[in-house]
Design a protein around this ligand. Structure first.
Ligand code: BJW
Length: 238
């Protein structure tokens, strides 16, 4: 059991108890703004100021002192530190709460709010300020070619080859705080199951879209369910 490999997928629900909004809950972001106004390449081409404003607001929120990693983020960092095999954390979240909690083997498949990407030189640079149409690229110095380094609808998520390899080889797949509405992440449970070896677990406030595909399900707040599940597998496996 010691060398068994774990892949964990997280979504916005894991950061809800840290004070960040989810997308599709009744009080979520998509109840207040339209996807097609802020989260597509076409929206950015049409009205970059609006898209910058949406992400500037969320970046300022993420950097406020009130927003800190919660018990679920901490439990996943502990799992990575204490599990004798590989733990790969794949997050759809663009916040940095997993890193702040201590997770290291981490893929941000939908990008990072605290990075800017230059449309001229391609560099992704750390970025903590508001971004405008006049901002300068820290790498090449060109003005007015920055966008937030996130993945919008219609764009390819990051590091997909590495993620699919890990899913095909894993023994345990855990999905946390995601509604299962957005592909390719919503298809990861089926990818993990395809090997015939992986145990699959959903930890979410409520059943997700693909809940019936998971062999084991625990429904409740991530701050309760994730530490409890991590304790369990560190003591007894699954
Ligand atoms: C709690 C909790 C608590 C609350 N504790 N839980 C038709 C069919 C199939 C696919 C498509 C289609 N048409 C288009 C597509 C593709 C499209 C897609 O999936 N569209 C669907 C809407 C149908 N996908 C794409 O375009 C993606 N790219 C792509 O497919 O490229 C081609 C490709 C093909 C094959 C392989 C590889 C690539 C790109 C998707 C980009 C998504 N971008 C966003 C914005 C990112 C930047 C930003 O943050 O602004 O990513 S959208 C948004 O949704 C964000 C999230 O990461 C993502 C997922 O949301 P998440 O995390 O699941 O949040 P919620 O709110 O939906 O759910 C929260 C859950 O938490 C809920 O269940 C709550 O109950 C729970 N919860 N509190 C535990 N305390």
């Amino acid at each position: 059991m010691e060398s068994r490999r774990i892949v964990i997928l997280t979504g916005a629900g894991i950061s809800k108890e840290s004070g960040l909004d989810t997308f599709r809950d009744p009080d979520g972001l998509w109840a207040r703004v339209r996807i097609e106004d802020v989260a597509t390449p076409e929206a950015f081409a049409r009205d970059p100021d609006r898209v910058h404003a949406f992400y500037n607001h969320r970046r300022a929120g993420l950097l406020s002192e009130d927003v800190q990693p919660n018990a679920a983020h901490a439990a996943l960092a502990r799992l990575e530190a204490e599990w004798p095999g590989e733990v790969l954390l794949v997050t759809q979240n663009i916040d940095d709460l997993h890193e702040r909690a201590g997770s290291k083997n981490l893929i941000h498949m939908h990008g990072e709010l605290l990075k800017a990407r230059c449309l001229v030189c391609g560099a992704a640079s750390p970025w903590r300020e508001d971004m405008t149409g006049d901002s300068l690229c820290p790498a090449c110095g060109v003005e007015g070619a920055l966008r937030v380094n996130v993945v919008w609808f219609g764009e390819m998520p990051f590091e997909m080859d590495r993620i699919y390899e890990a899913l095909a080889a894993c023994d345990l797949f855990i999905s946390i705080g995601t509604s299962g509405n957005v592909y390719p992440a919503a298809g990861f449970v089926a990818e993990a199951r395809a090997s015939g070896r992986a145990h699959t677990v959903e930890l979410n406030l409520e059943p997700s879209e693909g809940s019936s595909l998971f062999a084991e399900r625990h429904h409740g707040p991530a701050g309760v369910e994730v530490p409890a599940y991590v304790d369990k597998i560190l003591k007894n496996g699954w």
